[in-house]
Design a protein around this ligand. Structure first.
Ligand code: ATP
Ligand code: MG
Length: 246
């Protein structure tokens, strides 16, 4: 498939302002602020336990911030139910993939399309199967029997069935071979080129920075650094902590 040219970066679509999110007494997010512009790829980096997944879960409404706000195109969503946030165009591929193992590939895609019942669902399905031809060959296979890479494809494809304008990806390269990681990241670039804004959490900082426009670096529940992806790649702290140097 040929790569389309990317649409231009637009205004801020997603704004997170000073959110504090807890798990019981654990103060996981301690005043996180970030923004994402239309058509951007923004990456969220940080070591284990920094709060990256918690940030994505707070955006997608799985968790509620105790204070602070999440705003989508000017509308507060930090009090909106998770399934309504999906309806508003924010879809997430979760860490660890979490496909429905007993359902087939096809049925998993149906689950992703739960908010839509129009004729366009067939087109959506065709589009994600063109993006991931391996899934087309395995439509009737139970998701639990797919390889890790195929499950990651399915998790992203399922999220795409919700017709996101903002796609949240949590650790898409986790546990994958370099070859499959490339397949996944090419697909992310392709999805972005069709006009979908992407927020990607990654342990593989180099890879994430290679496709991102901008990045945020988290440490113990706080954003400690933000810059263009190009500048972060050159940043000494980032190079030492996340790019395996020093
Ligand atoms: N369900 C939970 N219950 C209690 N504490 C949690 C829960 N999930 C996460 N935490 C805690 O919140 C903090 C942030 O976790 P989070 O999963 O957001 O980190 P992360 O940056 O995604 O890490 P990783 O790179 O390991 O996925 C950690 O201290 C973690 O132990
Ligand atoms: Mg995580």
């Amino acid at each position: 498939m040929t790569l389309q040219s990317r649409p231009p970066i637009g205004p801020v679509v997603l704004e997170i302002d000073d959110i504090h999110t807890y798990y019981g007494n654990i103060h996981a997010l301690q005043g996180v602020s970030m923004n994402v512009r239309e058509h951007e790829i923004v990456t969220l980096l940080g070591s284990n336990g920094a709060g990256k997944s918690t940030t994505l879960r707070t955006i997608s409404g799985i968790l509620r911030p105790r204070t602070g706000s999440v705003t989508l195109r000017g509308k507060r969503i930090d009090n909106v139910a998770a399934h309504d946030i999906v309806r508003m165009g924010v879809c997430q591929s979760p860490e660890g993939r979490h496909v429905f193992p007993r359902l087939t590939v096809d049925e998993n895609l149906d689950m992703g399309a739960f908010i839509h019942s129009d004729a366009q669902v067939a087109d959506d399905r065709n589009r994600v199967l063109t993006l991931f031809p391996r899934l087309r060959e395995r439509l009737k296979q139970r998701a639990g029997t797919l390889s890790g890479g195929e499950q990651q494809m399915l998790a992203i494809a399922r999220a795409m069935m919700g017709r996101p304008t903002v796609l949240l990806l949590d650790e898409p390269s986790m546990g994958l071979s370099p070859l499959l990681t490339d397949v996944i990241f090419d697909a992310i670039k392709e999805i972005n080129a069709t006009g979908v804004t992407v927020v990607v959490v990654e342990q593989n900082a180099q890879l994430a920075l290679s496709i991102a426009d901008r990045g945020y670096v988290m440490q113990t529940g706080r954003i400690v650094l933000t810059d263009s992806a190009a500048a972060l790649t050159q940043n000494e702290t980032v190079r030492k902590a996340y790019l395996g140097e020093g």
